[in-house]
Design a protein around this ligand. Structure first.
Ligand code: BG6
Ligand code: MG
Length: 226
């Protein structure tokens, strides 16, 4: 693992790290899975976290052995329907929906002159940053529509470091999903997982809650694991 003193930037996932939109993505996919007659399981729900919209749809169809049942146009319609449901679910979000500890952590990073960027697979992330009043912390956002491959491919985290003008070993990536941790590790950055120990076993550092993610705790964890 890198040395804490070499770290110059933090690359954030959005859904499930900064706010619980992960729950709304899950609900909207669950509804579509029901409509398509695909059994919804916890394993399917966990596996979808961090995965792009069209890749998520493919995973759901595959789980129901329906991957060859629909045309491209039908699939695009299903994905658009899921997104409409999702936009309804996030409609009333405000800055009160930011996870606890995140505003203080962002303030601390800014006060210590760390560079910050967003590496979310979601095309909705600009709207969510607006709703949460966090645009000021994230002037730099990786555009997922410009990427060739989604998480777990490292491309989004490689791009994040490039946009910050940092080397991968100078960056920490923060994720709530196994696919995201795989992407950070593949990019050669230090990974922080927020959430379940089993799901995030590949993370360099893990915190159960966002309130545990402080610079002091990160420095301590990097020393212990060094
Ligand atoms: C990720 C979420 O951040 O974005 C996934 O974890 C979601 O659940 C993906 O499918 C794509 O989001 P969107 O908003 O572009 O459909
Ligand atoms: Mg996430």
């Amino acid at each position: 693992m890198a040395n804490f003193k070499d770290i110059k930037g933090f690359i954030f996932d959005l859904d499930g790290v900064i706010t619980l939109t992960s729950k709304y993505h899950g609900q909207a996919w669950h509804q579509l899975a029901d409509e398509l007659g695909v059994t919804w399981t916890k394993a399917l729900a966990d596996g979808l976290k961090g995965i792009s919209r069209m890749d998520s749809l493919e995973m759901i169809l595959k789980a129901g052995n329906k991957e060859n049942d629909y045309t491209e146009e039908e699939k695009i319609r299903f994905a658009a329907k899921k997104n409409d449901n999702y936009l309804t679910l996030i409609g009333k979000m405000t800055d009160e929906d930011i996870l606890p500890g995140i505003p203080a952590f962002l303030k601390d990073l800014a006060a210590h002159n760390y560079k910050i960027c967003l590496a979310s697979a979601s095309k909705n992330s600009p709207i969510i940053l607006e709703k949460l009043d966090l645009v000021k912390y994230f002037p730099i956002v990786v555009d997922p529509s410009k990427l060739k491959k989604g998480k777990p491919d490292p491309e989004i985290y490689v791009r994040g470091a490039e946009l910050l003008h940092l080397k991968p070993e100078e960056c920490i990536g923060i994720e709530d999903a196994a696919a995201g941790i795989q992407a950070i590790n593949g990019a050669g950055e230090t990974s922080i997982g927020i959430g379940d120990a089993t799901e995030l076993s590949a993370a360099d550092i893990r915190f159960a809650r966002t309130t545990d993610m402080t610079l002091v705790n990160i420095e301590a964890a990097m020393k212990i694991n060094a």
